[in-house]
Design a protein around this ligand. Sequence first.
Ligand code: NAP
Length: 262
Amino acid sequence: MLRPLNPSLPPWREMRAWIVGASSGIGAAVARALLERGAHVALSARSADGLREAAGAYLAQGTAVLEPLDFTDGTAVAGAWKRVAGRFGHVDLVLIVAGTHQEIRAWELTDRDARALLETNLHGPIGTVAAIVPGLLAQGRGAIGIVSSLAGYRGLPKALVYGASKAALINFAETLYLDLRPRNVGVYLINPGFVKTPLTDRNRFRMPHLIGADEAARAILAGLRRGDFEIAFPRAFARQLALLRHLPYRLYFAAVRRATGL
Ligand SMILES: NC(=O)c1ccc[n+]([C@@H]2O[C@H](COP(=O)([O-])OP(=O)(O)OC[C@H]3O[C@@H](n4cnc5c(N)ncnc54)[C@H](OP(=O)(O)O)[C@@H]3O)[C@@H](O)[C@H]2O)c1
């Protein structure tokens, strides 16, 4: 058997996790799944109401704590990290789930929209990693999970800037792994396919292999437990897109046009 790529995480009951982007969708579902398994979880996003709803009864029980913030604000992230690490003593896992989506085609592209999308989907995660790495290295353990997307594998229609932000995050996570794994800090790259959340509820096209947020959370927890570097799901869709990744351009472009009609 091959050894897992990441150091093992503690049992869920002993886990201290910080989830950035926990007020809805995938992040809220992962927060709930961890809380149900007895973990202590700090939940962050801009909407305090959304965070309170995601934390539910675990807030009163004291296993959930709320840290509302905008993760593109480096000072806010640094302050929250200090409080979370101080409260928990150490942090086993920081999951950076927050992100946004906007359909953009070539003739709709504006510098303003592109910058706004990149600010959230790229600078938000990278700035958050910058704020936490010194603390994780000082702990000598812990892990970072970054939510990218299967849409980051290759160019897809309507994902002109979104896809670029997610492709960049994949590369970022790979390089982060090479730096941090030898220092006993794990890195997980999480690549979901289509998950039913407020973000995809806006889509007007048929989403193949669409799954619910709770199923996505289960896939993420299973991947974390296995110590995988990449956690890509749903499996069948991820496998199809991984194959497409290796096609020569002539075949790839034809396959995408056939599949999307665009
Ligand atoms: N759903 C899918 O099919 C799918 C597929 C592949 C990848 N993904 C990725 O999965 C992640 C979660 O998406 P989702 O579908 O669960 O969408 P969602 O329900 O819209 O959740 C997005 C989360 O990010 C938070 N967020 C956004 N901007 C933020 C900011 N500036 N500061 C702090 N938090 C912020 C939101 O909270 P506030 O608005 O309260 O700040 C919310 O908690 C995203 O990175 C997305 O790209 C989703």
